[in-house]
Write a protein that binds this ligand. Sequence first.
Ligand code: SF4
Length: 506
Amino acid sequence: MTGNNSSGARSLRFGKMVDNVLAVDGLFHDGEAFSLSGANPATPRMAALMGGLTHLARAHRHEIETIFPKVQRRVGGYNLDELLPEQPNYAHLLVGSEGTLAVSSAITLQLSPLPKHRVMGVCHFPSFRAAMETTQHIVALDPVAVELVDNNVLVLGADIPLFVKTLADITRGKPNCLLLVEFAGDDLDALRRDLKRLDQCMGDYGFPDAVVEVIEPARQKPVWEVREACLNIMMSMKGDGKPISFIEDCAVPLEHLADYTDAVTDVFSKHGTVGTWYAHASVGCLHVRPILNMKEADGVRKMRAIAEETADLVRRFKGSYSGEHGDGISRSEFVEPLFGAKLTRAFEAVKDGFDPENRLNPGKIVRPLKMDDRALMRFAPGYQTALPAAPALDWSDWGGFGGAVEMCNNNGTCRKLEGGTMCPSYRATRDEQHVTRGRANTLRLAISGQLGPDAFTSPEMKATMDLCVSCKGCKRDCPTGVDMARMKIEFQHHYYAKHGLPCANA
Ligand code: SF4
């Protein structure tokens, strides 16, 4: 999180990482250790470096003050603004540097007391725009979180056994979308009054009786689990079109949120697609993923066109192109269009000051890689999957056996060690080979020819599938509904067709 300067659903109250990091110990690109906190570097090397960069920042004061977006969620570029105060904390320059400047070895954080109580109001809206327009008025009530659950999640989540009960508990009728509004503090009665104010606010803006109160902690927990699973619920779409992340954390001022989301939706329809929206409405940082088929060149072309047009919109609405996840490969190309040439040269000077040989995470933030370079993608040009013979089971609902395997998006829920069932073989072995994700990745690489000929029916593949006990825990617990037990049946059919059935299994 320090690397990305990211934050969470409650950033309204607790800010981003840069607001919570006190010190960073780390290593330069050549292995020399350093420690950064406050404005007093411990070594002559760091003193010279930070002195030069502070001078650089102050020479760019005008650009920083006029071009850096005035939204809480600005994490793109380097934090040159943090060097402007008389007494800066130099560690803050490293926050959000995405591993491009140094390698951290210890991070000292400021802690905040947890509030004693939390209450939630689930606000129902008849349209997405209504939710976006009302967000700014809800934020004025001083909640700690306002999180969007959009129509796609409501529709897809209703088919996921894990979430059916929770969605039934918190929804009344057929809302288009929800805003989950949380108030937190030490006085429960005051929080109950906050919920009444929320209800009043919703009524004032045209939505009377549209708030479901969720006061009991035991009821709130599964609601947050639905919210946290939004990404994976969306990724549970079957077929080659998937919600793709590359503009997923742009942030705009709240007064522009409805117009921005409308305009981005128009961009999607212009390119023949739709987007799925969720998360941090409170700070204008909605996660959005247009549905694209990244196996085809046309999907990649659309991705670039949508990125360029969205970057224009973000600039028009004075927002931040990256509000949580950092620049990475997807957004670094847009640093210069959004920050301008002069600040981009200053960012390059920051990079060169720390890492003159460009050894640390090159191609991110400055001197970027191409975001549409297919050689960097999961589905490189020519990607195809094939089984060695006709499938034993009907995979048509999944878009073929390959589609079933590709449902795994590497989210890693199967590595959980507590709760649910998935995945017993991992809990026993703690080995990536024996977890749902490891099996899905091995299957995908094998059927797409990336592990050499006959990999799908190899002894190594068998070893990867052997400890799957076919409990179907993943089918229930995996947010994207990966069904490894079913895939194992398919695998065994082909494996035994090639190697014969041992007497012990006959
Ligand atoms: S079916 Fe296999 S992969 Fe899925 S949870 Fe059970 S043991 Fe793990």
